[in-house]
Design a protein around this ligand. Structure first.
Ligand SMILES: Nc1ncnc2c1ncn2[C@@H]1O[C@H](COP(=O)(O)OP(=O)(O)O)[C@@H](O)[C@H]1O
Ligand SMILES: [Mg+2]
Length: 221
């Protein structure tokens, strides 16, 4: 699902990632961890092609990101589900609309968008909140809504950047259980977190970044 060959990313004099190589197979659940500033967000941004590597090759969901024309980026992104620490919900649209609007944006019919939104809100356990606005529901519920939204396109790969960073440990564990269930249904999941307590709660492999370099697997065990 992901192949990363000798990827380096620099911002001027700052090198955020140095010579990163790894593979993630279809169906895996992987944690990307490391201290703040280690390069986790930068690596995810490369994977969803928010940025291009300075050098190296990246293949994600069957696409070579370095050679993909810019006009194909939106279609590529539909293969991915993205979840962020700050939820990024539209505050003046209902919970339901936040999810359903994605369906319309990617070309599902109105009826299909509504049907999928209902189904996904039920899956993440916030169907009772559908007609409220994001500021009227808790942080844990807002994150569930953002997960439902991320699943709207039935992504092959779910990328989450510090998805539990704004949540207390109980809500964080609930979110991890939802990711685990999504993974069991066949979606590859990559969760970036600096929170060592989350790792191991739902199994899965762990990759560790240290100052922009991947710690070799044998050393990390
Ligand atoms: N757009 C940018 N411009 C300059 N430096 C950046 C930029 N994005 C990230 N960095 C630097 O890259 C390093 C890794 O950052 P980041 O990927 O956000 O780490 P993490 O998510 O693990 O906390 C940091 O030193 C950060 O300051
Ligand atoms: Mg980060």
């Amino acid at each position: 699902m992901i192949r990363c060959f000798h990827v380096t990313k620099s911002y001027g004099a700052i090198t955020a990632l140095t010579d990163i190589s790894f593979e993630i197979d279809e169906g895996e659940f992987v944690f990307l961890t490391g201290q703040s500033g280690a390069g986790k967000t930068t690596l995810l941004r490369l994977l969803y092609r928010a940025e291009l590597p300075t050098s190296g090759q990246l293949i994600v969901a069957g696409r070579n990101l370095a050679t993909m024309p810019r006009r194909q980026v939106p279609r590529f992104r539909r293969r991915l589900g993205l979840v962020f620490q700050d939820f990024k919900l539209i505050e003046d649209r209902t919970v339901f609309d936040n999810v359903a609007l994605v369906g319309l944006a990617v070309g599902f019919s109105f009826t299909e968008s509504q049907r999928r939104a209902s189904e996904l809100l039920r899956l993440v356990g916030v169907d009772g909140r559908a007609q409220l606005f994001p500021p009227q529901v808790s942080g844990g519920e807002q994150q569930r809504v953002s997960i439902a939204r991320a699943l709207m396109t039935a992504p092959q790969l779910l990328l989450a950047d510090e998805p539990t960073g704004n949540l207390d440990p109980k809500r964080a564990n609930e979110i991890m259980r939802i990711f685990h269930a999504i993974n069991r249904s066949g979606t590859t999941v990559l969760v970036a977190t600096h929170d060592a307590d989350l790792i191991g709660t739902v199994g899965g492999r762990t990759m560790i970044l240290e100052a922009g370099r991947l710690v070799p697997p044998l050393m990390s065990q």
